[in-house]
Ligand binder design. Structure first.
Ligand SMILES: [Zn+2]
Length: 157
């Protein structure tokens, strides 16, 4: 078995929604990002790559590469999954924490879980989504941005 962790942050910017776990979540702000700025999927990719010993998301999908401008981050997950498959690594489970004062994700949690499970081609029971605020502290507490962390376990044959 191999464990990996990932963490990602994006600052809020102009817009009226954020992408979280492949789900469009209405919000008073958008995020500043080269791709669609989905912190959940970016943290997830880093956790998967970390567990596989394959570096980080920036090495595979450069934020200066025009191919990824405005990219749907689900593409990153799909490509990372292919790298794992090449190495005969399988996803045992995924645990994600979203850190933000807003937006609230409670009503989107099940959809995020289903979407991530679909992208990883595993049962939804293998994916867990949690959310927390930072009790008003720091840049997240001041609602300047949104963060996510992910932990994954991979199994080897
Ligand atoms: Zn990111």
């Amino acid at each position: 078995m191999r464990i990996g962790s990932g963490f990602d942050v994006h600052a809020f910017g102009p817009g009226d929604f954020v992408m979280l776990g492949g789900i469009r979540v209405a919000h008073s702000r958008g995020v500043l990002a080269h791709s669609d700025g989905d912190v959940v999927l970016h943290a997830l990719c880093d956790a998967l790559l970390g567990a596989a010993g394959l570096g980080d998301i920036g090495q595979h999908f450069s934020d200066t590469d025009p191919r990824w401008r405005g990219a749907d981050s689900s593409v990153f997950v799909t490509q990372v999954l292919a790298l794992l498959r090449d190495r005969r690594l399988a996803v045992a489970n995924v645990d994600v924490t979203v850190l933000a004062q807003a937006p609230k994700i409670a009503t989107h949690r099940d959809a995020m879980r289903r979407r991530i499970a679909q992208l990883l081609e595993v049962a939804a029971e293998r994916v867990n989504i949690k959310a927390t605020t930072t009790e008003g502290l720091g840049f997240l507490g001041r609602a300047e941005g949104i963060a996510a962390q992910a932990v994954v376990l991979l199994t080897e044959p």
